[in-house]
Design a protein around this ligand. Structure first.
Ligand code: G
Ligand code: G
Ligand code: MN
Ligand code: NA
Length: 254
């Protein structure tokens, strides 16, 4: 039996864990929310990276169950933190295109909120561009229903998909996450610096808030700050961390 079999049982065997990577608001210097990132500790193989098991989960359909587990678990944790600290720190959950195609319903999202008692505005869903390319009526309706629940919507890995920008005005989006490849090359490569500038200017014009991903150096941070990019995420600030570390390093210090 291979990895697929093991992944099928990873939830009930309690091998999965969610790490939380803080997203910092540069206007306040405070942590605004955290991205939920799935981790799998395999009993014999050790850590299996998400870029291996997420595609496997997508191919096999396991992503539906896995994705729901992440949603309920991350929302529950965030709700507990909110109640305990009274800090308005939200959570951002990755939702893959496969997951939506396999029927992640808006009723499930409503149930996540109901079950965990998480304030809707503290939940964001990260969707990649490829899904937005399919601007079918059903797709757009799904997004509007999510908005009606009060949940936030982010475009993940912005700039790496097919770039037809017309979807930006058809979908009710809140955040745009600039892919870390642009941030990485923004210092030193004039083309990437120009792209980052243009993306931020465009997002501002569309009333979308920008999150820069993969900020690793002070030069990058200064560059982004000059461009009035409001939110940053990256190893320069924090790596993804366990619940324990999040409580110790983030919540206890706010
Ligand atoms: O944390 P890391 O850089 O290793 O994540 C690698 C990739 O796995 C990222 O693209 C991230 O979006 C994806 N990923 C991590 N957790 C989840 C999850 O819960 N659901 C989905 N769909 N993707 C995830
Ligand atoms: O595709 P997505 O944006 O969901 O991927 C998030 C992934 O990016 C996480 O797995 C996280 O570990 C990784 N990541 C977050 N910050 C940094 C960073 O500063 N540098 C690099 N190289 N990866 C990062
Ligand atoms: Mn993401
Ligand atoms: Na991303």
């Amino acid at each position: 039996m291979g990895l697929e079999h093991d992944l099928r049982h990873a939830i009930e065997r309690e091998e999965l864990e969610i790490y939380y990577q803080p997203i910092v608001d540069l206007e306040t210097g405070l942590v605004s929310k955290a991205e939920a990132l799935l981790r799998w500790e395999h009993p014999t193989r050790g850590k299996v990276p998400p870029y291996e098991f997420i595609p496997l989960a997508e191919e096999t359909g396991l992503i539906a169950k896995l994705g729901e587990w992440v949603l309920y678990t991350a929302a529950q944790q965030t709700s507990i933190w909110q109640t305990r600290t009274n800090l308005p720190i939200g959570v951002s959950v990755n939702v893959s295109t496969h997951q939506l195609k396999r029927g992640l319903s808006t009723a499930t999202i409503a149930d996540v909120l109901q079950t965990t008692q998480l304030s809707p505005e503290l939940l964001s869903l990260e969707i990649t561009e490829s899904l937005l390319m399919e601007d079918t009526v059903a797709n757009i309706q799904w997004f509007h229903k999510i908005k009606e629940l009060g949940v936030k919507l982010s475009i993940d890995d912005f700039g790496t998909g097919y770039s037809s920008l017309s979807y930006l005005k058809r979908f009710p989006l809140d955040f745009l996450k600039i892919d870390r490849s642009f941030i990485r090359d923004s210092i030193g490569k004039q083309e990437d610096a120009s792209l980052v500038k243009a993306i931020i200017a465009m997002a501002n014009g569309l009333k979308l808030k920008v999150i820069a991903e993969g900020v690793e150096t002070q030069e990058q941070l200064i560059f982004l700050h000059q461009l009035r990019c409001q939110y940053v995420q990256g190893f320069y600030f924090f790596k993804p961390m366990s619940v324990k570390d999040f409580e110790r390093n983030i919540l206890a210090k706010h």
